[in-house]
Design a protein around this ligand. Sequence first.
Ligand code: FCB
Length: 451
Amino acid sequence: MESNTQNTPLSKQLFGEDFIWGVSTAAVQIEGAFDVDGKGESIWDVFATKKGKILHGHHHYTATDFYNRYQTDIDLIKQLNIPNFRFSIAWSRILPDGTGKVNQAGINYYRKVIQYCLDNGIEPWITLYHWDIPHVLEAKGGWTNRDVVDWFSEYVAVCADAFGDLVKHWMVMNEPAVFTGAGYFLGIHAPGRKGIRNFLPAIHHAVLCMAEGGRILRKMLPKVEIGTTFSCSYVEPYSNKPKDVAAALRVDTLLNRMYIEPILGLGYPADDLPVLKGMEKHILPGDMEKVKFDFDFIGIQNYTREIVKHSFFTPYIHASLVKAERRNVPITAMKWEVYPESIYHILKKYDQYPQIKKIYLTESGAAFKDEVVENRVNDPKRTEYLQQFLQQVLKAKNEGSKVNGYFIWTLTDNFEWAEGYNPRFGIIYVNFETQERIVKASGLWYANLLR
Ligand code: FCB
């Protein structure tokens, strides 16, 4: 009895035999090689050339050089006993002109990555869209142009055809809230568009594409597991004044409900977020049927919680976030509150949707300043965060949550979008001058949990 338990990894003892364990990445953040082997330009390739958009003038042109180092990085995944690897496909490597001509070199590259995973007993999990639409399509309006549904459908079909014989787990999209909010409303991510005029059509087209992408995958690959991922933050009002409570409801709707509820067949939650009424002009007859899709799983990604108060001056939502720095709470290098309990509340919330069959936590992690001392990186804060996060997941699971998997964000330190290379999220340290890797103490902790 005892020796049996000793041989079973702690992860399985705590979470059961079939719980999925993995690590997540995204093409722009790791690959580099942004202009080789026939790749076209993505919106990030163009955004990075604009002054002042990315902190310290950083760019992703080399990133962690995963394009050339995928074998040794996948060797590290194996060394850390991590059985599942989530990564994204760069649309502009597959279809350099967005649509039309397929770039065989791009397909060959991802097939090599996938095959190398499989040869090493690691299951590949593909994200089709992690924020990098080809620039040529952005020049035609990108996510604001309804034609994106056709463009995206073509891309999904090419990928299903190219990788469907090897890959059993697919995610259509990564966090539509972030790429539409940051990229098409605030202008702080690529392509840098601003305003409600861009935001509302981008939301609707992203939602249409998620559902359509799901349908194409299911038709072409009836046996694979299909999901899509959402960013979520537990939202609480700053005080129990009715105005703050109402503001928190609007922000919760914006962050946690707006993209998933139409997919689940519940429509856009415009009653709780009146600005969504402006979306009506982008919704064509029959669309509310088209935005529905019965995903096999929903990917949830959570990093923090938000505290919200009423704000008369903030247009559209009349609410503002009370920054963690001003609340005297522990924060990460992203200035996000360290609040692992957030995931427990989020799971409770999503478990209430009867339409959701299964939940995988497809990203979570924390950026802290790391220091190399005698060729080691001791990162107790990160390990502690990951441990506490998992405790909250376990608590929800033991109470009957539909959660059945967890992927750490992220494998190696990488290019953190508009924040450049300063925030380090990896369980493996990267020296960006030499590309040397050092497994952090948190990586060893994860390996031990999975051993
Ligand atoms: C998520 C993104 C991921 C990474 C983490 C820190 O919103 O999906 O690419 O940047 O945040």
